[in-house]
Design a protein around this ligand. Structure first.
Ligand SMILES: *[C@@H]1O[C@H](CO)[C@@H](O)[C@H](O)[C@H]1NC(C)=O
Length: 480
């Protein structure tokens, strides 16, 4: 083959990847990792590191291609990396930040009850999450597009934001965490490193549908119809949070939920003693806060949908590890009737039981194609959802949090902070929780569609969630 120019490899997208190809142009599934740096980053060594990552994980150097004849998407994978970091100097970053201060945010600042300190780093995170370069193939501006972008913003003389932006079909949350770890390791070594100690070994992995263990996805034809009907009637017609503005174009905003490591450890101990996972108690606190925010008469119950995203890598055939990049999550939707005066731990137990029951009957495999189908249907017919809001659930959580204890390497790099999350203003939940336990403390990026929901509304709701969680820890302490 020597001497011949190598043609790009091509890999058709699978079913779940296809639904992301449809969802991302509408505003759901732009994944962003934003790193706040306090040491001047060496752009050339970061670029080398990113090229190394593109070599070891070919999906990262792919372009999403749409064949107009067959009307199918595929990843076109060129033989060599080509990513260029887009740099923004002090003045161009300042111009962007200036443009992000909407009159709305200024109104919020004047509000006596709520003083939000939205840092420049946070604004850049929101700016990146709303950079949507991916178009629907039916739009005239459609062109094949990379799945991976990187930018470096100069926030001040002493602060920089490095952002990685990825198409979620190529990079789920687990993949983003691995990417961050691999990147930091490479940067510490000046951009160089053993190329593929991890993961993909220069290959593109198959789509999740092709890795479902034999027999696990089969479902009798009649059950399909019944479930589909159940899904469309139940999850698309469940109660929602109050909407603030259903007309204006939407973008994604982020509110942070943070707990001290003391409180977090108590919360985790409370989960452990009840044999439930953190995701259930986060979902329960979210449901109680959502119900409370509606100020309903005491006797009125509401039915809410919760989506739990579960990473299937370890249960696929063959099993994958976290360094295998791609999208390997599956969603399980459960609905819950919520009453006034819910007890957090009891509700959390109910959430966890219904999730594990669904998982034990393999719903994360059997319902995957139905949920993908429903997601695409909702995108095509927003009127299926209340007020065309495209909300399919009130809250989404991940089954397991990201755990990060790597303080040392962070100090070495001047990594002050980082956030990873994805956009939700297309089809999705009202609140998407991206939880991390960093050096023992809970840190959640909570994403929501704006102005469907306002920053003030979400800040209040997340503050309430936090109080519910902290109160539950302290109640636990007084019990023992
Ligand atoms: C579209 O797919 C057809 C059938 O596989 C192929 O012959 C054709 O070359 C493709 N076109 C493009 C532009 O990729």
């Amino acid at each position: 083959m020597s001497g011949e120019p190598q043609a790009p490899e091509e890999r058709p997208v699978g079913g779940t990847e296809y639904s992301w190809c449809k969802a991302v142009p509408t505003g759901t599934g732009t994944t962003v990792l934003a790193l706040l740096l306090s040491k001047p980053p060496e752009i050339s060594s970061i670029q080398t590191a990113l090229h190394n990552l593109q070599n070891s994980h070919p999906i990262l150097r792919s372009k999403l291609h749409f064949n107009t004849t067959t009307r199918t998407f595929s990843y076109l994978i060129p033989p060599t990396p080509h990513l260029q970091i887009q740099p923004f100097d002090l003045s161009s970053t300042a111009r962007i930040l200036q443009s992000l201060h909407t009159p709305n945010d200024n109104d919020d600042d004047d509000d006596d009850h709520h003083h939000y300190s939205i840092t420049p780093f946070h604004l850049i995170l929101e700016h990146e999450i709303n950079q949507n370069t991916w178009r629907d193939p039916d739009q005239p501006s459609y062109a094949d597009e990379d799945v991976f972008f990187a930018s470096l913003y100069t926030l001040s003389e002493a602060q920089w934001a490095l952002t990685l932006r990825l198409h979620t079909s190529a990079c789920d949350r687990t993949a983003a965490v691995s990417l961050l770890k691999e990147l930091l390791t490479l940067v510490v070594n000046g951009g160089e490193g053993e190329e593929t100690e991890f993961g993909d070994k220069g290959e593109v992995n198959l789509g999740i549908e092709e890795l479902i263990p034999a027999g696990k996805a089969n479902k009798p034809f009649w059950a399909r119809g019944v479930d589909m009907l159940g899904y469309s009637l139940n999850s698309l017609r469940t109660a929602t949070l109050d909407f603030r503005d259903v007309e204006s174009p939407r973008n994604t905003q982020v509110v942070t939920l943070q707990m001290s490591s003391d409180d977090t450890q108590k919360l985790l101990a409370g989960c452990k003693s009840r044999e439930i996972k953190l995701c259930a108690v986060l979902a329960a606190a979210g449901l109680i806060a959502a119900y409370t925010s509606k100020h309903l008469p005491d006797h009125q119950r509401e039915k809410y949908a919760v989506v739990t995203l579960t990473d299937c890598r370890s249960i696929l055939d063959p099993a994958l590890c976290s360094h295998h990049l791609g999208f390997y999550h599956s969603a399980i939707t459960n609905t819950h009737d919520i009453y006034a005066e819910e007890n957090l731990w009891e509700l959390a137990k109910r959430c966890y039981m219904s999730f594990t029951n669904a998982k034990n009957s393999n719903k994360h495999f059997t319902d995957m194609s139905d949920l993908n189908f429903l997601m695409v249907k909702a995108i095509e017919n927003p009127g299926l959802t209340p007020s065309s809001s495209l909300r399919t659930a009130v809250i989404s959580v991940f089954e397991d949090p990201v755990i990060d204890d790597s303080d040392g390497i962070h100090q070495q790099l001047g990594l002050e902070d980082y956030v990873g999350c994805a956009s939700v203003h297309g089809v999705g939940p009202s609140i998407g929780i991206f939880d991390t336990i960093r050096n023992g403390g809970l840190r959640c990026a909570c994403v929501y569609p704006s102005p469907l929901h306002s920053r003030e509304q979400m800040q209040e709701l997340i503050d309430h969630m936090r109080r519910i969680l902290v109160d539950a820890c302290n109640q636990l302490e007084s019990e023992s």
